[in-house]
Design a protein around this ligand. Structure first.
Ligand SMILES: [Zn+2]
Length: 170
C-alpha cells in the first residue's frame, strides 16, 4: 500500500504519532488524524440454470489475467447491496437481484492492505453477457472444472455456494 505524505484537507505534512494507543498519521499543520480502515468491496456469486458459476478474467491488477468473482469497491453514495449489483452489471452486463448474503471476509490485499469483502448470492435477471474493460473474458464454469480463482475470500464464497473450493493465489 502506498504511503500517504500530505494532509488531504490542508496540504500539511503528515507525521506518525501515537493516537488512541496506536501509531497514526497526523497532520503537522491542522492536527487531522488519518484513519486507515479496510475498504468495503463486493463479490457476486451468479449461478446459471445448470448450477455453473460465473467468473471473470481480470483485466486489472491485482491478479490481472486471473479468474475471480465479479465485484468491486463500494461508492460512498450507495448501499453495499447496490454496489454488488452495480459492479456485476458494469463488469458483465448482467442485471441481478440479491438472493442472500453468503459471508464477509477480511481479504489481505497487496494494493489496499485489507479489503472487507462482502459476498452475495445473486440471481441473474438477464442472461446476455457483455464484458467491460475490467473483465477481459466472462465464462460460466462447472464446479468440477473450476480454474484457479484469485482471492481467498472469493474462494470461500464459491465453497459456501458450490461445496467446492478452488485453488488460487492471494
Ligand atoms: Zn491538515
Amino acid at each position: 500500500m502506498r504511503e500517504k505524505i500530505f494532509c488531504a484537507y490542508c496540504g500539511g505534512k503528515l507525521i506518525s504519532k501515537m493516537r488512541e494507543d496506536r501509531k497514526r498519521l497526523v497532520c503537522s499543520s491542522c492536527g487531522q488524524i488519518v484513519y486507515e480502515n479496510p475498504i468495503p468491496a463486493t463479490a457476486a456469486v451468479v449461478l446459471d440454470d445448470k448450477n455453473r458459476i460465473l467468473l471473470v478474467k481480470r483485466g486489472v491488477e491485482p491478479c490481472r489475467g486471473g479468474w475471480s468473482l465479479p465485484g468491486g469497491f463500494a461508492e460512498i453514495d450507495e448501499t453495499i447491496e447496490e454496489a454488488a449489483l452495480r459492479e456485476l452489471a458494469e463488469e458483465t452486463g448482467i442485471k441481478g437481484k440479491i438472493v442472500r448474503l453468503i459471508g464477509v471476509y477480511s481479504q489481505p490485499s497487496p494494493q489496499y492492505k485489507n479489503v472487507l469483502l462482502v459476498g452475495y448470492l445473486v440471481k441473474a435477471l438477464s442472461s446476455n453477457l457483455s464484458p467491460s474493460d475490467d473483465a477481459v473474458e466472462l465464462r460460466f464454469f462447472d464446479k468440477d472444472s473450476l480454474p484457479d480463482v484469485c482471492f481467498e475470500g472469493h474462494r470461500r464464497f464459491i465453497e459456501a455456494s458450490l461445496g467446492v473450493k478452488p485453488r488460487g493465489k492471494y
